[in-house]
Design a protein around this ligand. Structure first.
Ligand SMILES: NC(=O)c1ccc[n+]([C@@H]2O[C@H](COP(=O)([O-])OP(=O)(O)OC[C@H]3O[C@@H](n4cnc5c(N)ncnc54)[C@H](OP(=O)(O)O)[C@@H]3O)[C@@H](O)[C@H]2O)c1
Length: 247
């Protein structure tokens, strides 16, 4: 049997927000958590707070905009653990208005490039780099932090609750991330590895803003669930808590 306390998880952007809550939730199950933070001082501080709760936590530098960051993460995880059970691709940015805007005719190349770099290209690069270590774990789990705003089905329905939230770069980066979830899950379908997309909820973080209904303390649930699916669990899906979301 694979025990939780034999597992190690790497969570990007885990010094605050949903990533921190995910690290806390996984750590409370006994899993060793490695926090990826672009500001290592903030990462160390987060790891210290988790250790204060009795969680095995450490921090490493990880910046989605730096080419050598994925290599450094691989080297650290390989040297210290020799495998990776759980990868939570959580770091993400939103550089547009969340609600009430549609910038499709005006969004700049810079916003598109920055958003896709962090929310998509870096996720693919890191996942590809860490996959050999995930394959060495008995039952690897990959969780991609998507958003309900990724849903093309809901965006194309005028009466859907997300209809007014049409920041193009963010939404399209998450739709493309969902495509990566489906494609990678398909490639890995004969393995023990499961790959899923998570919508955490609309959360009162710096990214989600003060109007969001979900408290930060509740925001790690979906990622923790997908990171700890047993062998009967789904792969290649898109979930919020127990619910399946439309692509
Ligand atoms: N909040 C919501 O309502 C909501 C809804 C759906 C999906 N999501 C997704 O959930 C994930 C977490 O969001 P959140 O609300 O927790 O956001 P947040 O509070 O703004 O935190 C974002 C985290 O990502 C890190 N980050 C940003 N750019 C980075 C980079 N270049 N390299 C490494 N780390 C970077 C931040 O680090 P710093 O502290 O250094 O800035 C921070 O740790 C994102 O992927 C987001 O798209 C959020």
């Amino acid at each position: 049997m694979i025990t939780q306390d034999s597992k190690v998880a790497f969570i990007t952007g885990a010094n605050r927000g949903i990533g921190f809550e995910t690290a806390k939730g996984l750590g409370e199950l006994g899993i060793t958590v490695v926090i990826g933070a672009r500001d290592i001082a903030k990462g160390e501080d987060a790891a210290k707070r988790l250790r204060g709760l009795g969680i095995r936590a450490e921090a490493i530098h990880y910046d989605a905009t730096q080419d050598q960051s994925a290599d450094a993460a691989f080297a650290y995880l390989d040297r210290n653990f020799g495998k990776l059970d759980i990868l939570v691709n959580n770091a993400g940015i939103l550089k547009e208005q969340l609600v009430g805007g549609n910038n499709s005719s005006s969004v700049s190349k810079e916003i598109l490039q920055d958003t896709f770099q962090t929310n998509l290209f870096a996720v693919i690069e890191l996942t590809q780099k860490l996959l050999p270590l995930i394959k060495l774990a008995p039952a690897g789990r990959i969780v991609n932090l998507s958003s309900i705003l990724a849903s093309l089905t809901l965006h194309s329905m005028p009466d859907s609750p997300i209809d007014p939230a049409k920041g193009f770069a963010y939404n399209a980066s998450k739709s493309a991330l969902n495509a990566y979830t489906i494609h990678l899950a398909h490639e890995l379908r004969e393995t023990n590895i499961k790959v899923n997309s998570a919508h955490p909820g609309w959360v009162k973080t710096e990214l989600g803003g003060a109007d969001a209904p979900m408290e930060v303390a509740d925001s790690g649930k979906t990622s923790v669930r997908l990171a700890t699916l047993d062998e009967t669990g789904p792969s290649g899906g898109f979930f919020h808590e127990e619910d399946t979301l439309p692509w």
